[in-house]
Design a protein around this ligand. Structure first.
Ligand SMILES: *[C@@H]1O[C@H](CO)[C@@H](O)[C@H](O)[C@H]1NC(C)=O
Ligand SMILES: *[C@@H]1O[C@H](CO)[C@@H](O)[C@H](O)[C@H]1NC(C)=O
Ligand SMILES: *[C@@H]1O[C@H](CO)[C@@H](O)[C@H](O)[C@H]1NC(C)=O
Ligand SMILES: *[C@@H]1O[C@H](CO)[C@@H](O)[C@H](O)[C@H]1NC(C)=O
Ligand SMILES: *[C@@H]1O[C@H](CO)[C@@H](O)[C@H](O)[C@H]1NC(C)=O
Length: 437
C-alpha cells in the first residue's frame, strides 16, 4: 500500500517535471540578433550611433547604441521617425557593462534572454532559463516581458529601471527602489545621483549618503504607516478632460494615498516618463502620439527657477549639489559668489576651495553667515550640540572640509564635500569652512 502510493507519487513528480521542462519557447519565437551592420539615421538621445533591432512595438524599439566607438548598450528607445524629435532611451540592459561589435542578443528555447560578447561571454541575462517562459514581448507601455504559458510575467523590464520610470512603472519596497543617474552623455556608467523610495519618504541622494531632497508626506508621520510602492500614474481631476501625471505612492495601513503632483496634462498621455537626469534633477516628459513636431513636452522639473502658479512641489535650483560647481554660493537659482577666507568674490565655474592640511594647527575656519549646505534642508544633522563640539568633530576628521551650524536649534552638519552653498538670509544658519593657516 505504502509502496504503491510512493510509486504514484513518483510518477506524479516524474510527469510534473517533464511537463515543466517541456514548457519551451516555440522555435519560431526564439531569436538571435548580432550587433553588426549599418547605423540608423534618426536623432536619438546622447547623439549616438545606433542599430535598430527587429523587436518593435510602436513607439518602442530595442537598439544597440554607442556614444564611443565599440562600446554598446542594449536599450529601449521611445518615439517614431514621424515625430521629428530626438528619441530618448527609456530602459537599458547593461549600463556599466558594455558589449562590442558582433555582440549577440538572444532569446533561447529554454526561455533565457541573453546579451553576450562576440566571444560568447555573457554580459547580461534575465536568468530565466527553464522557468516556464514561453514568450517574449514588448508591451504597448514599453514594458519588455517574458511570459509563461498562463500569461504571467516571469521577468519584466519594469522591475529593472536605471534612470527612468515609464507610465505605469513602479518603485516598490521589496523590489526595485532606486533610480541612478547616468555619469555623462558620453559615459554610460552610474552617476552620483539617486532617487530612492524608502518606507517613509521619496528621497534624492548625492553619492548615496548625502540627501539633498525628500518628500514631505504628513500621512507618514503616523507610526505604523509606510509607503508600499510609488507608481507613475495619471490622476484624474474633477474637470473631466484634464489629467495630472502624478507619481503616486501607495501607503500601507492607510486609506490615503499621497502623491507627488507633477503638472496638468490636457490630453491623455499614457506615454510619459520620469527621468533622473545627469545633473541630478528630476523631470517628467510626456509624449503625444501621432502629432508631428511637438510630440514631446517637458511637463515638470523638480529643481526649477520658477515656482509654478499652482504652487506644486518645486524646489529652487540652488538645492542641486552641483548647481554652482565645486564650491559656489547660490541665491534665487543664480550662482552669486565664490567664498574665500578674504571675502566673497564673483562666481566662476572654477571656484573651488583648497583642501586644508590634515594636521592640527595647520588649518583654521572662516565663517559665512546665512548660508546652508545642500544637505541641511532635508537632513536633521546631529545635536543638540554646542558649536565648539561641532567644530571639534570636523577638526578631528581629515575628510571634513567644513561644518554647518544652526544656532537656533544647536544642530551640526559635517561636510566632506562643499559643492553648492545656498544663501538663506537667516543669521542663525552659519557655515565654517576649513582653510590652511
Ligand atoms: C564581426 O563579424 C564579421 C563576420 O560575421 C567579421 O567580418 C567582422 O570582422 C567582425 N567584426 C569585429 C569587430 O570583430
Ligand atoms: C501595525 O501594522 C501591523 C500590520 O498591518 C499590525 O499587525 C499591527 O497591529 C499594527 N500596529 C499598530 C500599533 O497599529
Ligand atoms: C502597490 O501596492 C498595493 C498595496 O500592496 C498593491 O495593491 C498595488 O497593486 C501595488 N501597485 C503596483 C503597481 O505594484
Ligand atoms: C487613456 O488612454 C489609455 C490608452 O490609450 C486608455 O486605456 C485609457 O482608458 C484612457 N483614459 C481615459 C480617461 O480616457
Ligand atoms: C531664522 O530661522 C528661525 C528658525 O527657523 C526663524 O524662527 C526666524 O524667524 C528666521 N529669521 C529670519 C530673519 O528669517
Amino acid at each position: 500500500m505504502a509502496s504503491s502510493l510512493s510509486l504514484i507519487l513518483f510518477y506524479f513528480i516524474f510527469f510534473l517535471s517533464i511537463s515543466l521542462s517541456s514548457a519551451v519557447v516555440p522555435p519560431a519565437d526564439t531569436f538571435q540578433y548580432v550587433n553588426q551592420g549599418d547605423f540608423g539615421e534618426f536623432d536619438s538621445e546622447y547623439a549616438p550611433n545606433y542599430r535598430p533591432l527587429p523587436p518593435f512595438t510602436s513607439p518602442f524599439q530595442l537598439c544597440f547604441y554607442n556614444t564611443t566607438p565599440g562600446v554598446y548598450t542594449l536599450s529601449l528607445r521611445m518615439g517614431t521617425r514621424r515625430d521629428n524629435a530626438v528619441m530618448p532611451w527609456v530602459w537599458e540592459a547593461n549600463r556599466g557593462n558594455p558589449v562590442g561589435e558582433n555582440a549577440t542578443f538572444s532569446f533561447t528555447s529554454d526561455g533565457n534572454l541573453v546579451l553576450a560578447h562576440s566571444d560568447g561571454r555573457i554580459a547580461w541575462q534575465t536568468n530565466t532559463a527553464n522557468k516556464g517562459v514561453v514568450g517574449f514581448a514588448i508591451l504597448e507601455t514599453g514594458n519588455i516581458v517574458l511570459r509563461d504559458s498562463k500569461g504571467s510575467f516571469v521577468w519584466q523590464s519594469f522591475d529593472s529601471p536605471t534612470d527612468t520610470l515609464l507610465f505605469g512603472q513602479s518603485l516598490r519596497i521589496g523590489g526595485p527602489t532606486t533610480l541612478v543617474s547616468r555619469a555623462s552623455t558620453t559615459n554610460n556608467v552610474n552617476g552620483v545621483y539617486s532617487f530612492v523610495l524608502e518606507p517613509k519618504r521619496l528621497a534624492m541622494y548625492y553619492k548615496t549618503t548625502m540627501r539633498y531632497w525628500a518628500s514631505t508626506f504628513p500621512e507618514l508621520n503616523q507610526r505604523n504607516v509606510t509607503i508600499v510602492n510609488a507608481t507613475l500614474e495619471i490622476q484624474e481631476t474633477e474637470y473631466e478632460e484634464n489629467y495630472f501625471n502624478s507619481l503616486k505612492c501607495r501607503l500601507s495601513n492607510s486609506g490615503s494615498q499621497p502623491y507627488l503632483d507633477f503638472d496638468l496634462l490636457r490630453y491623455n498621455s499614457t506615454l510619459s516618463y520620469l527621468r533622473l537626469g545627469i545633473d541630478g534633477n528630476l523631470r517628467l516628459y510626456s509624449y503625444r502620439r501621432n502629432i508631428r513636431f511637438s510630440s514631446w513636452s517637458l511637463l515638470f522639473t523638480l529643481f526649477d527657477r520658477t515656482v509654478t502658479p499652482r504652487g506644486t512641489t518645486v524646489e529652487d535650483e540652488c538645492q542641486q549639489p552641483d548647481r554652482c560647481g565645486k564650491f559656489g554660493l547660490c541665491e534665487g537659482s543664480q550662482c552669486v559668489g565664490c567664498p574665500s577666507p578674504t571675502g566673497v568674490f564673483a562666481w566662476s565655474k572654477d571656484c573651488d576651495s583648497k583642501p586644508p592640511p590634515c594636521k592640527a594647527g595647520g588649518f583654521r575656519y572662516y565663517q559665512l553667515k546665512g548660508v546652508d549646505h545642500f544637505t541641511v534642508k532635508y537632513t536633521p544633522g546631529t545635536g543638540p550640540l554646542k558649536q565648539s563640539d561641532c567644530e571639534s568633530k570636523c577638526s578631528k576628521d581629515c575628510k571634513c572640509l567644513g561644518y554647518f551650524y544652526r544656532t537656533d536649534r544647536s544642530r551640526c552638519w559635517i561636510a566632506n564635500e562643499l559643492k553648492t552653498l545656498t544663501r538663506v538670509g537667516n543669521s542663525t544658519h552659519l557655515a565654517f569652512i576649513k582653510t590652511s593657516v
